[in-house]
Design a protein around this ligand. Structure first.
Ligand SMILES: Nc1ncnc2c1ncn2[C@@H]1O[C@H](COP(=O)(O)OP(=O)(O)OP(=O)(O)O)[C@@H](O)[C@H]1O
Ligand SMILES: [Mg+2]
Length: 325
């Protein structure tokens, strides 16, 4: 059973928007959360009969896990209590605005997941920066958890709010419009969660090419552009992660060079997985498949292309990965 949950969590398969009951999603995740809590207690306070939202379950699970991880880390060495709550919010009676953009959300009903902890908390000045990619106060932190949360929730037309007090604790709430509110929304912004029968699929696929060799970056970029892809280019791992963290749902495939100065391919891949467990990544290397055989067998969303590759090979591999191999 746990195995099934781990598989579900690692997000094998396609990005899919479907009707979701957030209470059910939290219940299903609870066993997995228990494993990552350290000594903290977990309290569930879940609303019955919550109206469904239209969302990608894999991505929302990722949001919840990132928030729970932060709540656990906020306990530092005194294990406290983490509360997970689901509830309904009526944005007609209580208007909602995105704390980062200040933009007011469309009126209507929102289903809410709240993750509350009694850990270290944060001063006000810090709260305005925590969603920035790479903002971290932790020794081993990457500063990507909340950037991913923000990106995913925005792509779902929702909002994230924070309440926090130093030494008291923090509460993060994610608001997602319940089905029915959506139809009243203005058309979706360009970069949106992908395919479903209900939302319009994004037809032009977006490939992020990461390579420290400029000629490779240029040629691969031109080939993919000529083949009808939207292309972003990054000369190193840090740039690539910044592009991805900005809107993790907007990229459909990463073409990733394995040998780069700074963060190498494997380090970049590991961080990409913090943002999107399911994103197809095509690893490219001159050293041959053996170099990455262990990754290919462990990560089903990874593929390999041997360098130097011909244009035809690149397009075939790219298309195969986008079809799910
Ligand atoms: N529950 C919380 N309590 C106190 N501070 C928090 C909490 N959640 C986030 N923060 C603050 O926000 C910062 C950014 O969080 P974020 O999850 O984006 O990155 P991180 O946890 O530092 O690293 P990563 O998640 O990439 O491993 C944290 O470093 C911490 O300072
Ligand atoms: Mg984190």
């Amino acid at each position: 059973d746990l195995c099934r949950q781990l598989l579900a969590f690692s997000g094998k398969g396609k990005v899919l928007v479907e009707p979701l009951d957030l209470t059910r999603l939290v219940q299903d995740l609870a066993p997995l959360m228990h494993m990552s809590l350290g000594g903290a207690g977990l309290r569930l306070d879940l609303a019955d009969g919550l109206p469904v939202v239209e969302a990608d379950a894999t991505q929302i699970r990722q949001v919840v896990m990132n928030l729970v991880t932060n709540a656990t880390e906020a306990q530092e060495d005194k294990p406290g209590m983490i509360t997970l709550r689901t509830r309904l919010h009526d944005a007609v009676r209580e208007p909602l605005s995105d704390p980062v953009t200040g933009r007011e959300l469309p009126a209507g009903s929102y289903a809410v997941i709240e993750v509350e902890d009694d850990g270290v908390g944060m001063p006000q000045e810090q709260q305005s920066r925590i969603f920035e990619p790479f903002f971290t106060t932790k020794f081993m932190g990457r500063g990507l958890g909340l950037a991913a949360v923000q990106g995913i929730v925005r792509a779902h037309h929702g909002a994230v709010t924070v309440r926090s007090q130093p030494l008291r604790g923090s509460a993060f709430a994610i608001y997602l419009p319940v089905v029915g509110v959506r139809s009243a929304l203005s058309p979706a912004p360009a970069a949106i969660v992908t395919t479903s029968h209900q939302t319009k699929p994004r037809t032009i696929k977006h490939v992020l090419v990461v390579d420290d060799e400029k000629p490779v970056l240029q040629v691969a970029g031109q080939l993919l552009t000529a083949a009808g892809f939207e292309v972003s280019r990054a000369e190193d791992g840090t740039d690539a992660l910044e592009i991805l963290a900005h809107d993790p749902a907007a990229v459909d495939l990463v073409l990733l060079d394995m040998t780069m100065p700074g963060l190498d391919g494997l380090e970049v891949l590991e961080r990409v997985r913090r943002l999107r467990t399911d994103l197809p990544v095509l690893l490219s290397s001159g050293y041959g498949r053996e170099q990455v055989a262990h990754v290919l067998s462990a990560d089903p969303a990874c593929g390999f292309i041997q360098k130097p590759y011909r244009g035809q090979e690149l397009l075939e591999s790219t298309n195969a990965m986008l079809r799910g191999k």
